[in-house]
Design a protein around this ligand. Structure first.
Ligand code: AMP
Ligand code: MG
Length: 340
């Protein structure tokens, strides 16, 4: 068990910094580290008491499973009980990268990592610092996003400190995460692959690689039971109320304008996420650009004391599916423009 935490160390991503971080991991401590998606909060995935501390530091419900991070695809054999052949098509093509695959969990990985599920989510991040940390630690690293539960995911080390300073042993200082959005979670345990959470690898890319259709899980399955763990919680949420406007583009624009006026007349501070109104969504801005700034924009507006955030829906192609998934989960209200 790690010593009690007093302060949170800020470590550099050079070799001495990462060796220090690896020592903390090996002793059962918590280290926040950069990946290409978002910052992760890591612990030794084979140590149940270290993993337990992740849930405590984040205030994460115990039924929301973590993702196990590898530095080498060969480690897959130690964390997964069985690996179907089609998984290798995907690991060859997308690892390292933002694709988490679900397998039957091996006995080396405590049940706590998977919130008691018989499965485990695994990925190899495409980030030098993350890979070095995992390999210096000599163990797979279990890591959810390094935010307080329910808050927008962190894409910079400052975001991590905002949420977790004094609650974890260390943060590795690095550049902002290049993708800005979490990995795609793909379930390979059934007959047809199912995207449980859209993310950095698109449905189109997965289908092209597999040469067959991939399903996307709804947010809820039959009688209100969440299909994928973690999906039932309000997520990625700023303190401000986020209003997501859907519908035809011209009608969305008119509704956003009316809403902005309405709220501002009531002395509320209005922030704009991706709307044509404030030029943030210039015609042609891609979901990639929106993804990379999404969480930092939400956090910035919180710091600025924004009361209402207005956002417009975007097209679901490519990364758009993942961006819309996060916007819907962050939203307090979803309004359809032109529906009465
Ligand atoms: P986070 O890294 O904070 O985005 O959390 C990891 C997410 O991965 C969870 O909220 C789940 O949606 C998903 N996940 C992790 N492990 C599993 C699993 N064994 N089965 C299904 N989904 C999983
Ligand atoms: Mg998370």
């Amino acid at each position: 068990m790690a010593a009690p935490i007093t302060g949170t160390l800020l470590l550099s991503e050079d070799r001495p910094g990462l060796e220090k971080a690896a020592t903390i991991i090996k002793r059962g401590g918590l280290v926040a580290f950069p990946t290409e998606t978002v910052y992760g909060l890591g612990a030794d995935a084979t140590d149940a008491s270290a993993v337990k501390r992740i849930f405590a530091a984040k205030g994460r419900p115990a039924d929301n499973p973590l993702i196990v991070h590898l530095s080498d695809p060969d480690q897959l054999k130690t964390v997964a009980r069985t690996v179907p052949d089609r998984a290798y098509i995907l690991t060859e093509k997308f690892w390292p990268g933002p694709l988490s695959l679900i397998f039957p969990r091996s006995d080396k990985i405590p049940a706590l990592v998977s919130a008691g599920l018989p499965s485990v989510a695994v990925r190899m991040p495409d980030h030098r610092t993350a890979l070095d940390l995992i390999s210096y630690s000599g163990v797979p690293i279990a890591a959810p996003s390094a935010n307080r539960s329910g808050r927008p995911s962190p894409t910079t080390y400052r975001h991590v400190l905002e949420d977790l300073a004094g609650r974890i042993e260390a943060v590795i200082k690095s550049a902002p995460c290049p993708l800005g959005l979490e990995s795609t979670v793909l379930d390979l345990t059934g007959e047809q692959p199912v995207i449980l959470r859209p993310g950095g690898v698109s449905k189109e890319e997965l289908e092209a690689a597999l040469g067959s259709p991939v399903a996307v899980a709804g947010i809820k399955s039959a009688p209100g039971r969440p299909l994928a763990p973690g999906m039932k919680y309000r997520h990625y949420s700023p303190r401000a109320a986020l209003v997501l406007v859907t519908g035809p583009p011209e009608k969305r624009f008119a509704l956003i304008k009316a809403l902005a006026l309405y709220f501002r007349n009531r002395a509320l501070k209005v922030g704009y996420l991706n709307t044509a109104l404030r030029g943030r969504l210039e015609p042609g801005i891609g979901p990639e650009e929106l993804a990379v700034t999404l969480y930092s924009s939400l956090r910035r507006m919180d710091r600025q004391g924004v009361d209402i955030i207005l956002a417009e829906e975007i097209d679901l192609a490519g990364l758009g599916l993942a961006v819309m998934n996060r916007l819907k989960k962050a939203a307090t209200r979803i309004l359809r423009a032109g529906s009465g």
